[in-house]
Design a protein around this ligand. Structure first.
Ligand code: NDP
Length: 498
């Protein structure tokens, strides 16, 4: 056991921090039985029973490391993403590589697609680039995604992986042919995670500071060069070591041999998208390099291993929905489905507050109104938990971050303002006018009873609302509150609503 700075070994404690004098079962006599009051033993057994969290359904076996992304080329004409806005700018990253089909104990060197996920801790929130080592995928319709994964897992009866099931699905889904060809090509078994490329695969959008949108695809080219295993090499590797890729990544970083990848993008304008011979949002297709050349953006290097695999790799959570200003989604149906599905799986797998864990936590301030839930660290203290509000210092949306509208055919996709062009007063007034005098008085009395407990400025604002519905309504509530309606209306003449 390690010694502390005074040269003494630290005292063992319970998880409540209580010092432990002897680490042996408490028994009635040397041969037992055990006593219920040996709470430390009970606690140890209970904790052990709860050590595992649900395994990821896909990408269960993974390896992760921290690093740094550095911008090498200015692409601000395409995107306003702040972390990309200056050559030389650095952003911390955490990357996780994985196999797709195998469970947590699967061998690393199997023929399979590899997950390639990078979390960029940018100054405007986390950008999660959740891709693969292939530029395309097996299916383009999200209805087929879960079905496809079932075919990659185990037969419900035999619990064996089943080639008939896999080829049954692929034969019914010719859109899988491109990815099947890559999977069974010489690039189907990467020699290590360091020796493979990564791809965002989906089409995303870039938005620049003028509000102009282009479509884009992300590429991460390995600086170590592509290296793959032939079938016999893979069989030998697995026979000797099931953790080849984890071992390779971990030991390279421990030795100071830091792997790196060069980030590049392809860009397509709206006009080019209309003229493109394939659907540019189809995940089973690439954009040919000759037509859409790769543009360099930067480089990320992995230079630090996690201290604790479970806390930092197993509990790391990547969501394609984590998109920073300047990078947005596209109509790609698979991407649209993944925008929900990935965050949802982490809510189940890790818990509702998974974003508060250090590996998932943004490095920039979080100013949200989402609260509570299991394991909440209470980072917002007593700050308000609702919006809209008039509370001092409470966060508000910033129009500088509004995205431009999308025009999809005749339909405009936008965040339409539901507070504008609405008559919120006539029907409330009609109802008020149906009440007889005594009823109106009871109504005003009840409202004043509770409204009187709110701040004065809210009382005035609310009186304006009542008055807009019916002048008498406002006057009665004001009277019950002891407020001079004339003065109140004058004071609030220019008050903002909501
Ligand atoms: P290019 O000749 O411009 O590009 C060919 C690409 O294929 C290169 O990126 C190369 O990667 C990659 N490649 C080589 N061998 C394999 C393999 N066994 N499995 C997967 N990728 C491989 O042609 P196009 O852009 O017209 O694309 C032609 C085909 O290349 C596509 O249908 C697709 O299967 C594949 N491809 C295309 C990509 C794209 O974004 N256009 C990206 C990756 C693959 P590298 O340069 O790293 O050696």
């Amino acid at each position: 056991m390690a010694k502390d700075e005074n040269g003494k070994k630290p005292t063992l404690t319970t998880v409540d921090g209580i010092p432990i004098g002897k680490q042996q079962a408490l028994t009635a006599g040397p041969r037992g039985p055990l006593l219920m009051q040996d709470v430390h033993l009970l606690e140890q057994m209970q904790h052990f029973n709860r050590e595992r969290i649900p395994e990821r359904v896909v990408h269960a076996k993974g390896s992760g490391a921290y690093g740094t992304f550095t911008v090498t080329n200015d692409i601000s004409k395409y995107t306003k993403a702040a972390f990309l806005n200056k050559v030389g700018k650095k952003t911390e990253v955490f990357a996780r590589f994985s196999t797709v089909a195998g469970e947590r104990g699967a061998a690393d060197a199997e023929r399979d697609v590899r997950g390639f996920a990078v979390k960029f801790y940018t100054e405007e929130g986390n950008w999660d680039m959740v891709g693969n080592n292939t530029p395309v995928f097996f299916v383009r319709d999200p209805y087929k995604f879960q079905m496809f994964i079932h075919t990659q897992k185990r037969d419900p009866k035999s619990n064996l992986r089943d080639m008939d099931m896999q080829w049954d699905f692929w034969s019914q889904c010719p859109e899988s042919l491109h990815q099947v060809t890559i999977l069974f090509s010489d690039r189907g078994i990467p020699a290590s995670y360091r020796h493979m490329n990564g791809y965002g695969s989906h089409t995303y959008s870039f938005i620049n500071s003028q509000g102009e949108r282009v479509w884009c695809k992300f590429h991460f080219k390995t600086d170590q060069g592509i290296k793959n295993l032939m079938d016999d090499e893979s069989a030998n590797a697995i026979a000797g070591d099931r953790e080849t890729h984890q071992r390779d990544l971990f030991t390279s970083i421990e030795k100071g041999e830091f792997p790196s990848w060069t980030m590049k993008v392809q860009v397509m304008t709206e006009e080019q998208a209309k003229a493109f011979k394939w659907n540019p949002f189809d995940l089973t297709k690439v954009w040919p390099h000759a037509d859409f050349p790769l543009i360099e953006v930067g480089k990320f290097e992995l230079n630090r291993n996690p201290e604790n695999y479970h806390a930092e790799v197993e509990q790391s959570a990547f969501n394609p929905s984590a998109l920073v200003p300047g990078i947005g989604p596209s109509p790609d149906k698979m991407l649209q489905a993944r925008l929900m599905s990935y965050a949802d799986t982490h809510l189940y797998r890790v818990g509702v507050n998974y974003r508060q864990l250090p590996v998932n936590k943004p490095k920039c301030p979080v100013m949200s109104y989402m609260r509570d839930g299991s394991m909440d660290q209470g980072e917002f203290g007593g700050k308000p938990n609702y919006w809209p509000n008039t509370r001092e210092g409470a966060p508000v949306p910033n129009p500088a971050y509004e995205d431009p509208a999308w025009k999809l055919g005749e339909t405009i996709v936008d965040r339409f303002d539901s507070t504008q062009d609405h008559d919120d007063f006539t029907q409330a007034g009609n109802l008020y006018r149906m009440f007889d005098d005594a009823h109106r008085d009871r109504l005003a009395g009840r409202i004043a009873g509770v409204l009187g407990q709110a701040r004065k400025e809210l009382q005035l604002l609310q009186i304006c609302h009542f008055s807009r519905a019916d002048e008498d309504y406002g006057r009665r509530v004001a009277e019950k509150l002891g407020i001079d309606i004339g003065a109140a209306m004058k004071e609030m003449a220019h008050a903002p609503v909501g």
